[in-house]
Design a binder for this molecule. Structure first.
Ligand code: ZN
Length: 103
């Protein structure tokens, strides 16, 4: 499995797993909570196996964002999406409070 797919699967399974656990808690269903926990564990387990550098086969840190360059062998990791460049210019202008002066 591709490491990019693995990362996505990990994130998705964690999110879905947490949702199921929360639903299980609300419904007081131990079975449902267990299923949610299992989904999370499975997602992390597959990441332990597949979330690694395609060049040197070393595992990436789970929980960190996918690096653009392998921290171990320095291989450039292909990006499936163009790097977003968001330039946020704060246009907020702090206006001083208008004081009402008695004449
Ligand atoms: Zn590497």
């Amino acid at each position: 499995m591709d490491y990019r797919i693995s990362e996505r699967a990990m994130v998705t399974s964690c999110a879905v797993g947490i949702l199921i656990v929360m639903l299980g808690n609300r419904r007081q269903s131990l079975m449902m909570s267990a299923v949610g926990a299992a989904v999370m564990v499975l997602g992390i387990l597959q990441a332990l196996v597949f979330y690694k550098c395609p060049h040197c086969k070393k595992r990436f840190k789970i929980g960190s964002r996918r690096p653009s360059v392998c921290p171990y062998c320095g291989a450039k990791l292909e990006d499936d999406q163009p790097a977003e460049q968001k330039t946020q210019t704060s246009t907020e202008q702090i206006e001083p409070p208008t004081e009402e002066k008695p004449e």
